[in-house]
Ligand binder design. Structure first.
Ligand SMILES: Nc1ncnc2c1ncn2[C@@H]1O[C@H](COP(=O)(O)OP(=O)(O)OP(=O)(O)O)[C@@H](O)[C@H]1O
Ligand SMILES: [Mg+2]
Length: 255
C-alpha cells in the first residue's frame, strides 16, 4: 500500500528539526514526511517529544516562552515561516487529549471558527450541517443546537471538537491522544471516524496506544528521548522494525 502518493506529494514535512525548551533539547534532528490523505501516527513513551513535534506544525510551540526551533517545516511544500500564523492554524487544525468544547451551546461552538475567520452568516448553517454529518453527530444534535456543549457525553464532545475543526476547512488535522479520555467503544468509533476523514484530510495522530496506531495508521513513527528513531509503513514498524529500540518498545519491554 503506498497511500497518499497517488494524490501527490507531502502534506507535512520536517527537515532537520531541533527544538529547545531553554537549555533542554526536546527534539533532535527530526526528519520525516506525511503523505496526503494518509493517517500517520507518532508513538513512544511519555516525554519523548510527541506533543512537541505535533505542535511544530501549527506553530503552537511559539506560544511557550523560551522555545527555540531550528530546521524547516513545510505544509503542502510551503515553509510554514512563509504562511501567516492565523492562516496556518486554519489550514492545520488540532484536537486535544481532553475534549475541550467551549462553554457555549453546540451551535455557538460550531460557528466560532467561522466568525473568527469572517465567514458570512448565510453560510453558517450549511457548514454546521456538513461538519456535524461528517463526524456522525447530525442526527443526535440537529434538534439540540441550543444545548450546552459541556452537557454532551465525552465521546460526543470529542466528535464535536473534530467537527469544530472541520468548519474552517483545514487540510491537515493534528490529533494529540484524542481517545485517551474515552472508553473502548467510544475509542473504536473515533477510530472509524478517522478512517472516514482520511478520504478528505491528512491526519497526524499522537497515541500512547500501540494497538490504536497499528489499527488506524498507514505510517508510523517511533520516538524516544526527542529522537525519531524509526519511521515507516505501519505494517513494517509493527512486524519487522529495523531498530532494536523500536522492537523493544513495541514488544512491551519498556515504556
Ligand atoms: N513547556 C515546556 N517547557 C519545558 N519543557 C517542556 C515543555 N513541554 C514539554 N517539555 C519537555 O519536553 C519533553 C517532551 O515533552 P512532550 O510533552 O512533547 O512529550 P510527549 O511525548 O508528548 O509526552 P506524553 O506522552 O507524556 O504526552 C519532556 O521532557 C517534557 O518534560
Ligand atoms: Mg504529549
Amino acid at each position: 500500500m503506498d497511500v497518499g502518493t497517488k494524490s501527490g506529494g507531502y502534506a507535512l514535512s520536517a527537515e532537520n528539526v531541533n527544538l529547545y525548551y531553554g537549555g533542554f533539547q526536546a527534539l533532535i534532528n527530526i526528519q520525516f514526511h506525511v503523505y496526503r490523505n494518509s493517517i500517520t501516527s507518532l508513538i513512544g513513551p511519555s516525554g519523548c517529544g510527541k506533543s512537541t513535534l505535533l505542535r511544530c506544525f501549527n506553530r503552537m510551540n511559539e506560544l511557550i516562552s523560551g522555545v527555540r526551533i531550528e530546521g524547516k517545516i513545510r505544509i503542502n511544500e510551503t515553509s510554514i515561516d512563509e504562511i501567516d500564523v492565523i492562516d496556518l492554524r486554519r489550514r492545520v487544525g488540532m484536537v486535544f487529549q481532553r475534549p475541550n468544547p467551549f462553554p457555549f451551546t453546540v451551535y455557538e461552538n460550531m460557528v466560532y471558527g467561522l466568525e473568527v475567520h469572517g465567514i458570512k452568516k448565510q453560510r453558517h448553517h450549511d457548514t454546521v450541517e456538513r461538519c456535524l454529518k461528517a463526524v456522525g453527530l447530525w442526527d443526535d444534535l440537529k434538534d439540540k443546537f441550543k444545548q450546552p456543549a459541556l452537557s454532551l457525553s465525552d465521546e460526543m464532545k470529542q466528535r464535536l471538537c473534530v467537527a469544530r475543526v472541520l468548519t474552517i476547512e483545514p487540510e491537515i488535522i493534528l490529533l494529540d491522544e484524542p481517545c485517551s479520555a474515552l472508553d473502548p467503544i467510544a475509542t473504536l468509533r473515533i477510530e472509524e471516524l478517522m478512517a472516514e476523514l482520511r478520504k478528505e484530510y491528512t491526519i497526524l495522530i499522537v497515541t500512547h496506544n500501540m494497538q490504536q496506531a497499528a489499527r488506524v495508521s498507514d505510517y508510523a513513527g517511533f520516538m524516544l528521548l526527542g529522537d525519531l528513531v524509526e519511521f515507516g509503513k505501519t505494517d513494517q514498524i509493527f512486524t519487522s522494525p529495523r531498530d532494536e529500540r523500536t522492537e523493544q518498545y513495541i514488544t512491551g519491554r519498556f515504556g
